[in-house]
Write a protein of this length. Structure first.
Ligand code: GDP
Ligand code: GDP
Length: 434
């Protein structure tokens, strides 16, 4: 599970500039595979071997200039509750403003690792100006320039240091299925229907994160934990109209799961928040299934289901190899089929293909359809293997890996998907020098 780093601070101090700097390098690698539109406020980063998520909280405030202090306060409080590490950004050009003071006051209570970044220190002259930020009572700070990158390395060193070492995955830890989706999609109803139906429920146990609720569940001789995010939200005092809040919740749930069960309301379009949650899961290399719920409410004609499904697949392209199940929690239509499918995706995600078999299949395919020559260079892939990672990742060894373009990567992914069942599972493909 990776840690969540939240960037907080008042508008215009440079939060989103810093965010972009932190995630860019890694995004370039991950997203070149899919070419998908990405969330501009959530991303993954990696430093000194530590992987973490970064959230730019400012991105979720509406209206940026005349923002109310109350909004910022709420934002910061949520970040403190939900994130593992806080980066508080201030602006050396502006100096300390009353809003900085207000935020600092909240942050002084925080027990989590907190780093103050004095931004816009573009040159050494401004270094001296930064000392005034000691007055915020938060102790030491890092001087950075998000625009030219200076100082960000030291900040990242400190952040990475604060991230706990990745724990060895416990062998007999149960698979975790997180039920996610926007409010009112039917997440709680879905979980209740399963639980109500089944005698094999062992127990309700407190989840690993403070307030997630895991239900140990046994079905088809398969034991897993169902992670309920909806129930938590309902109990929470926090106003749920904050998009930031649902995003935070989804981030938490998804980062700690194996399979994301995305519940969608059939009476509404598949869009916005649904898509965001989908890509969140994809980016974290989690297994995904989509449940189109409230199917009972939809007036059906011959092709209604087919059309709805096609519509969703268009939105999630190019990662379309994802199970979509039409259910009704109300009438209990296909709800066990849904779980069965989630179990299948879980198995797919564990799939390991023997190197010899893989080469037998893929070398022939690549012989027939080699990567196109670029700049007159002849490219040959000589060998491939699945990496010994927790999720399906493949390395292809070539004479000139840097010349292999995205369409060919996608072609290889499609070929893999045609030959092996990776339904619902994101695949990573790397090209390496040989
Ligand atoms: P946010 O509202 O906190 O997300 O702030 P932005 O990242 O949008 O930045 C606000 C303004 O400050 C933009 O015009 C940025 O170009 C500028 N800015 C951000 N970081 C730096 C920096 O390190 N140095 C300077 N000189 N300007 C910066
Ligand atoms: P959550 O916010 O995602 O947990 O959604 P809830 O489980 O609270 O459901 C929101 C509303 O949708 C409730 O009024 C449910 O009774 C209703 N609902 C859930 N599933 C179905 C369904 O399959 N069909 C119909 N007609 N209503 C449903």
């Amino acid at each position: 599970m990776s840690s969540i780093v939240a960037i907080v601070g008042r508008p215009n101090v440079g939060k989103s500039t810093l965010f972009n700097r932190l995630v860019q390098r890694r995004e370039a690698i991950v997203d070149s595979v899919s070419g998908v539109t990405r969330d501009r406020h959530y991303g993954k980063s990696e430093w000194n071997g530590k992987e973490f998520s970064v959230i730019d909280t400012g991105g979720y405030v509406v209206g940026s200039d005349d923002i109310f202090e109350g909004e910022i306060r709420k934002q910061v409080q949520l970040a403190i509750d939900e994130a593992d590490i806080i980066v508080f950004v201030v602006d050396v050009e502006q100096g300390i403003t009353p809003m900085d003071d207000a935020v600092a006051k909240i942050l002084r209570q925080v027990k989590k690792p907190l780093f103050m970044a004095v931004n816009k220190v573009d040159n050494a002259m401004r270094d001296a100006d930064a000392v005034e930020f000691y007055n915020l009572g938060l102790g030491d700070y890092y001087t950075i320039s998000s625009i030219n990158g200076s100082g960000t390395g030291e900040l990242l060193d400190a952040v990475a240091e604060a991230i706990p070492e990745e724990e060895e995955e416990e062998v007999n830890e149960l698979p975790r299925f997180a039920v996610v989706g926007r409010p009112n999609a039917g997440k709680s109803s879905f979980i209740n229907a399963l639980i109500g139906e089944d005698r094999n429920i062992v127990t309700n146990i407190a989840g690993t994160t403070r307030d997630s609720i895991d239900t140990k569940y046994n079905r088809f001789g398969f034991e897993f934990n169902l992670v309920d995010t909806a129930g938590i939200r309902k109990k929470s005092k926090v106003k749920e109209d904050l998009e930031f809040y649902s995003v935070m919740r989804a981030v938490r749930a998804i980062e700690h799961c194996d399979i994301a069960i995305l519940v969608v309301d059939a009476t509404r379009d598949f869009e916005g928040q649904d898509e965001k949650i989908f890509w969140l899961a994809e980016k974290n290399r989690k297994g995904i299934i989509i449940l189109v719920n409230k199917w009972d409410l939809v007036e059906k004609q011959t092709n209604t289901m087919r059309d709805f499904e096609a519509h969703i697949r268009k939105k999630i392209a190019p990662f379309t190899d994802v199970p979509i199940v039409f259910i009704s929690v109300l009438t209990k239509q296909r709800i066990f089929k849904a779980i069965e499918t989630a179990v299948e995706v879980f198995e797919n995600r564990k799939r390991r293909i023997q190197t010899s078999k893989l080469n037998e299949t893929m070398l022939e395919i690549m012989d027939h359809n080699p990567p196109p020559a670029t700049k007159g260079k002849f490219i040959k892939i000589k060998y491939c293997m699945q990496l010994p990672t927790h999720t399906p990742q493949f390395a292809f060894f070539a004479n000139l890996p840097q010349y292999i373009r995205d369409p060919y990567r996608r072609y290889l992914e499609n070929q893999l998907r045609e030959r092996y069942d990776f339904k619902g599972v994101p695949i990573s493909i790397y090209f390496r020098q040989k």
